[in-house]
Design a protein around this ligand. Structure first.
Ligand SMILES: NC(=O)c1ccc[n+]([C@@H]2O[C@H](COP(=O)([O-])OP(=O)(O)OC[C@H]3O[C@@H](n4cnc5c(N)ncnc54)[C@H](OP(=O)(O)O)[C@@H]3O)[C@@H](O)[C@H]2O)c1
Length: 257
């Protein structure tokens, strides 16, 4: 049975572990991110350890039209995508008006635009074939506004909202869409986002455990999943009840250095 997963952001962190986990179940992978060498190393590791085929398509997914281009590249090599994992993303610490505007817009391009384009293209194909799975990596950041990472939190709110609506639209056609909304995970994320030293980075969840949690939830067709039980209670039951300004102050404090 064809079981090919396209995984964005597969060169590091959660995406790399999602690729390892899928390959361990016997599934082929299409790995994409910017760092081609890391992708090739992972592809070799997966093909050596499992009886699967690993394809590499290196791409800057924040570039203009990147989602469309990746779709065309996948089609050009004659592959169908049975599982789409939109995992690539990055954050960035600081006051929005003091941060580099191009970095803020690039975050929207990657975390929002490319994710939507890939969901549109590959989700459309899955619906036409009558089946498929989509896993969009959101964040607990998507459940509230985030002073000192205003754009990042807003991009993840988009992912949470968009993915649930897509699941509702495509489920009758045999396609599910799951949001994985992790809390802090030990990856390159904090360094890239310049968040080291903030209270946000205190928990120590491994990328492998979060990847397994998200992948299993996707296969079970869950709508939204948070990998830590306590955080789930906080996001679903406590945060929505907080006065808005109290929530803003709480997040601001957590992201202060
Ligand atoms: N770590 C956390 O605490 C945490 C918590 C909640 C949600 N998340 C989400 O989890 C997802 C994965 O993050 P992570 O923690 O695994 O971070 P990571 O270790 O920094 O990995 C990010 C991945 O995204 C890729 N990427 C970044 N910019 C890209 C671009 N322009 N084009 C193509 N690929 C790009 C990176 O590859 P290249 O650099 O090779 O391009 C890398 O493979 C993200 O969506 C993040 O928002 C993370």
């Amino acid at each position: 049975m064809p079981n090919t997963a396209l995984i964005t952001g597969a060169s590091a962190g959660i995406g790399k572990e999602l690729a390892r986990y899928h390959a361990a179940q016997g599934g082929d992978v299409i790995l994409t991110a910017r760092r081609e060498e890391s992708l090739n190393e992972l592809a070799a590791e997966l093909e050596n350890n499992h009886r699967i085929k690993a394809h590499v398509i290196a791409s800057d997914l924040a570039a203009s039209g990147a989602g469309e281009k990746l779709y065309n590249d996948v089609k050009a090599v004659g592959l169908d995508v049975d599982i789409l994992i939109n995992n690539a993303g990055f954050g960035g610490h600081g006051i929005h008006t003091e941060r580099d505007l191009s970095a803020e817009l690039s975050m929207i391009d990657l975390n929002v635009k490319t994710l939507a384009a890939l969901t549109h293209r590959f989700g459309g194909d899955m619906a036409a074939r009558g089946g498929g799975r989509i896993l969009n990596v959101g964040s607990t950041a998507g459940f509230m506004p985030g002073p000192q990472q205003a754009v990042y939190f807003a991009t993840k709110a988009f992912v949470n909202s968009f993915s649930q609506a897509i699941d509702h639209e495509l489920r009758p056609k045999g396609v599910t869409c799951t949001v994985l909304a992790p809390g802090y995970v030990e990856t390159e994320f904090a360094e890239v986002a310049n968040l080291e030293g903030t209270d946000l980075t205190k928990s120590e969840r491994s990328a492998a455990s979060v990847a397994k949690h998200g992948y299993d939830a996707m296969m079970a067709g869950k709508l939204v999943t948070i990998n830590e039980f306590g955080l789930g209670v906080l996001m679903n039951w406590v945060v929505p009840m907080l006065p808005r300004r109290m929530a803003l102050k709480m997040v601001d404090r957590m992201q202060s250095k």
